[in-house]
Ligand binder design. Structure first.
Ligand SMILES: [Zn+2]
Length: 354
């Protein structure tokens, strides 16, 4: 298995796989993966980490590869910030990590995602990226080039990702063998997230549930009982997605237990660490799910404006609806009560956005 093989799993990015493959014989200390998260930036960074650490070049199934998949490799650190921006103290922790000796691996790899939110911490980080210990490799990720990142990027090998088109995701699903009819709906509902498109393509119940977001405008009525019923159904869709992820998490726990059995690692420590990660993940899934649902709803009103033959009242209605949905997105970021937020939004949309 090679990096190029691992990259084949990520739609549209085989060229980058070949580029990184060429680096394996002559590794640099810092790589910058630039591009939208949905284009598989994190998957690519992990694939690269696997091929650096695995004795088989990234087999995907050995202990090292599995541990990287689950963010549990002792010498591959995924550093996630705690707040809205990376703090200077957090950057210092990353620098300290860069100088720690490894637990037996030839390299220490440090993955830092979402560095577009590096804020004032960039100079602190820069020092260790410029002169790291020979064995440390930084895999830095950002969805866009913000000015604070300029020097960091110039000191790194830049791996640039283009956003994926719906067509690329569709072609990828076809390659994986999903029926075209299912893929078409999956791509549309995934809002550009390819891993999500794969989940949808293979899960009819999930697909049918998620369609509710698109059908919503046609189902809306002014009666509060109808609105509340729809909101409950939407929250039911979110619960279904959470449920799917919980099942996968259970499988991950069993894999870790197997891994601990085979290697004599402390099972309790590994499982506890993974459970904490799962818990954080589930919290994020709820918001991500509502956010992508709102995006589908917003797209409905955008399409309606385009199809309105530029009738003034229809355009005005569509723009107001989009404004309300965007307000709801912002409220979601402020941890508002999801039920009340959706009830308020749907009531307004049902009321012809008065
Ligand atoms: Zn491996």
């Amino acid at each position: 298995m090679s990096v190029a093989d691992l990259f084949e799993k990520i739609p549209g990015q085989d060229r980058l796989g070949r580029e990184l493959q060429a680096h394996l014989g002559n590794l640099k200390n810092s790589y910058f993966f630039l591009g939208p998260q949905d284009a598989g930036v994190m998957e690519a960074a992990k694939a690269f980490a696997k091929s650096i650490m695995c004795s088989e070049g990234g087999c995907g199934t050995c202990r090292s590869c599995m541990a990287i998949d689950l963010d549990m490799h002792p010498d591959v650190g995924l550093y996630e910030r705690s707040g809205a921006f990376l703090l200077v103290d957090e950057a210092r922790e990353i620098v300290d990590l860069a100088y720690k000796s490894t637990s037996g691996s030839k390299y220490r790899i440090i993955i830092v995602p979402e560095l577009e939110l590096v804020g004032k911490a960039a100079p602190t980080l820069l020092k260790s990226v410029e002169e790291p210990p020979q064995s440390t490799i930084f895999l830095l990720l950002a969805s866009m080039e913000v000015p604070e990142l300029r020097t960091l990027i110039s000191r790194s090998v830049v791996v640039r990702f283009d956003p994926l088109s719906e067509e690329q995701i569709f072609t990828h699903l076809r390659k994986l063998g999903y029926p075209d009819a299912d893929s078409t709906i999956a791509v549309r509902l995934s809002a550009g997230r390819w891993s999500r498109a794969i989940a949808l393509a293979g899960d009819q119940e999930l697909r049918e549930s998620c369609l509710l977001w698109e059908q919503l405008p046609g189902l809306l009525q002014r009666e509060m009982s109808v609105v509340i019923d729809l909101v409950n159904r939407l929250l039911g869709v979110v619960a279904l997605v959470e449920d799917r992820r919980r099942k996968e998490q259970k499988q991950e726990i069993s894999r870790v237990v197997e891994m601990a059995k085979a290697t004599g690692d402390l099972r309790e420590t590994l499982v506890k660490k993974l459970e904490e990660k799962h818990h954080r993940e589930l919290r994020r899934i709820r918001t991500a799910e509502l956010r992508s649902g709102l995006l589908l709803l917003e797209r409905f009103y955008r399409d309606q404006i385009v199809a309105s033959d530029l009738a003034a009242d229809k355009i005005q209605f569509g723009l107001k609806a989009i404004g309300r949905i965007e307000d709801a997105q912002l409220a979601l970021n402020r941890n508002s009560n999801e039920f009340l937020l959706l009830v308020a939004l749907l009531s307004r949309l049902a009321d012809k956005v008065s």
